[in-house]
Design a protein around this ligand. Sequence first.
Ligand SMILES: [Fe+2]
Length: 157
Amino acid sequence: MKINKLGLSVKESEVIVEKLNVLMSNFQVHYQNLRGLHWNIRGKRFFDLHLKFEELYNDSQLKIDLIAERVLTLGGKPSHTFEAYLEKNILRIGENISKDTEAVQLVIESLVTLLEIEREILHFSDEINDEGTNSMISDFIKEQEKMIWMFQAWLEE
Ligand SMILES: [Fe+2]
């Protein structure tokens, strides 16, 4: 088995890199969805949600950078073109959403899909003892699960 500088299998690291690029591409779409929600949101909860979506897209931007730098650490190349993002994206793309409940539903739905991708990565990174990827992904999972709980609570009238 060929080993890289981190002591991980080169082949297995390449698989992780590909999966991380898929996650990052989906996060880029999530980021852009959130910018759209931040801009287009209307109604009596404008000030709350306008700010909340800004907080979330800033958080996504940080996570995108962490994923890209993990890809580089593993010896891979992070995707950085819109073409690559769209090719790997499975999230629904929100366009001109201005209604608060629709906006929150898109966020919840996207977070759930991101969680699915993350759990699949975690399953594999755990198998190959890639603790660096493991700990990053488990932090993401923990934070996103909490976000889902909060947005679900918000949806209850
Ligand atoms: Fe703004």
